[in-house]
Design a protein around this ligand. Structure first.
Ligand SMILES: [Zn+2]
Length: 96
């Protein structure tokens, strides 16, 4: 999957916006935090503990990793890598 041409982090509204030439998606920061796939969060889910995040959690930094981004959250969690395809998949789930 191609990297987006635009990445906007809307901290006020808690939305991460990605734009391609023919598509655009917006993802809720708290939903992204809850969808984290790092080893720690996967372990919790695997053992039946949902990963929950307060609605006001925010992405405070975005680190490019080539095939996606590493998202740093205001609750101190910074281990999640989000490939572009996973972000698109999450957006599809969010919009039905
Ligand atoms: Zn995580």
């Amino acid at each position: 999957m191609q990297p987006p041409e635009r990445i906007d982090n809307d901290v006020t509204h808690g939305q991460l916006q990605l734009g391609w030439a023919h598509a655009a998606i917006a993802l809720d920061h708290a939903a992204l935090r809850e969808a984290c796939r790092c080893a720690e969060c996967q372990f919790k889910r695997h053992h039946g503990t949902p990963v929950s995040a307060p609605a006001d959690v925010r992405i405070t930094a975005i680190e490019p990793v080539g095939y996606g981004v590493q998202l740093i959250f205001s609750d101190g969690h910074a281990r999640g890598i989000y490939p572009w395809a996973y972000l698109a998949e999450l957006a599809a789930i969010a919009t039905g």
